[in-house]
Write a protein that binds this ligand. Structure first.
Ligand SMILES: *Cc1c(COP(=O)(O)O)cnc(C)c1O
Length: 407
């Protein structure tokens, strides 16, 4: 079975994970990462959300409002809440899934101190509009959430560099991985020093057992995405037997993983260093598959294609379909697993329904949550054409059925 995602891992990463790490592996990782992203400082964390939480603390924000998308990974508002601040959600624009920056202007109050600008699915956030907001409100911090986009470019400008700081996620579902892990980058020397200081007092050194837990996890992940065994993985996942590894949120709770304040291991840093070298190749391949999908799927009735945008990194390729679950099941029967990310609108989740920040209607975010599927971006060009054909078949099947059976 073709998995919905597959980390670009070879024996090199496996070798890196199981050979003894250098004592300065974390610093090496931070420097290599910052350099690949074209930035001065990289500061490594056990999770991206830990980095965001400590970044808000280092910026000295408490009891303030932080604007973020209604349609993003739920760990983002979790980190805002855990830092002692209030997330204020803004709906997406229909076109590229990103937070509507015009509505951001309406959401700003005198308690707003930060905006999390997110390039969701790798679509670059409109930096020209963001610049205008920065000019109007120079005392509001801009944080780029680059977990999906990394160095995606808006008219040639990398999104991560247009901010006070940027955060990155590095778990196995991201563009590149350090097993788990996250990174914050910045060009501000003073902020970097403050964040390092906060990291020093807030994180405990990783226990040696954590390195072995990570190695074991990695050794299990490595074969799990191999197509001959992935059918079994899908079967286990479907029966919720992998929840411990794949379920990252509970609809009714604002929580963090139990080890979110235990530092990144050197084992993970070592894997991350190998992965950085592949970043450019990975993004290039994703761009070419997005083009193939758009070409093959153009003009398919009832299928809403995602935009092709120069500079996007395509962490996900996200068409919108009217019958999501049925489409996913149809394609699964052909031996291909589709993803369903992001399948929620955060202000509608039980944990956030009663929060003060959740006020407006979130029409686009709610629609996207219900209709978005992800096509695999790790496959060959030929397989992408195959997948596109199966999806066209599925759409024809449902269109025909619904045309002939009005119920
Ligand atoms: C993955 C992700 C993060 C960070 O996730 P962690 O699991 O905490 O590393 C942040 N924002 C978005 C949009 C993400 O997808």
């Amino acid at each position: 079975m073709i998995p919905r995602l597959k980390p670009a891992l070879t024996w090199q990463e496996l070798w890196a994970a199981f050979t003894p790490p250098h004592s300065d592996e974390i610093e090496r990782f931070e420097q290599a990462f910052a350099s690949e992203m074209g930035q001065q400082h990289g500061i490594a964390f056990p999770y991206g959300r830990t980095g965001l939480m400590l970044l808000l603390e280092a910026l000295d924000l408490r009891g303030k409002e932080v604007i973020c998308p209604a349609y993003t990974c739920v760990v983002v508002p979790h980190a805002i809440v855990k830092s002692g601040n209030l997330p204020v959600f803004v709906d997406s624009q229909d076109y590229d899934f990103n937070m509507d920056l015009d509505q951001v202007l309406d959401a700003i109050t005198d308690k707003t101190r930060a905006i999390i600008a997110t390039s969701i699915f790798g679509y670059p956030v409109d930096l020209d509009k963001l610049d205008q907001i920065r000019k109007l409100f120079p005392n509001i911090y801009i944080i780029q959430d680059c977990a999906h986009s990394f160095a995606a470019e808006w008219n040639g400008r990398p999104v991560n560099q247009s901010a006070n700081a940027a955060i990155f996620g590095l778990n196995i579902s991201k563009l590149i991985t350090s097993i788990f892990g996250g990174m914050v980058t910045t060009d501000d020397d003073e902020l970097a020093a403050r964040l390092r200081w906060f990291k020093g007092i807030r994180l405990r050194a990783p226990h040696w057992l954590k390195a072995w837990r990570r190695r074991l996890y990695f050794a299990a992940v490595y074969p799990a995405f191999w197509e001959p065994v992935y059918g079994l993985v899908n079967w286990l996942e479907h029966r919720r037997l992998l929840d411990q590894f794949v379920k990252y949120y509970d609809d009714s709770q604002i929580d963090m993983p139990s080890d979110f304040l235990e530092g990144l291991t050197r084992v993970e840093a070592r894997v991350g260093i190998r992965q950085i070298k592949k970043y450019q190749t990975i993004v290039k391949h994703r761009r070419s598959l997005a083009e193939i999908y758009n070409q093959e799927l153009g003009e398919t009735p009832n299928l809403r294609l995602p935009p092709l945008i120069t500079g996007a990194t395509y962490s996900h390729y996200v068409p919108r379909v009217p019958y999501k679950q049925e489409t996913v099941n149809f394609i699964l029967r052909k031996g291909i697993q589709l993803g369903e990310l992001i399948e929620y609108c955060i202000p509608s989740m039980r944990a956030y329904q009663n929060l003060l920040g959740s006020r407006r209607g979130y029409i686009n975010a709610s629609q996207m949550a219900k209709t978005t599927i992800n096509l695999p971006l790790h496959v060959s060009a030929t397989m992408a054409e195959n997948i596109a054909n199966h999806l066209k078949d599925a759409m024809n099947h449902f269109n025909y059925r619904n045309h002939n059976d009005p119920n």
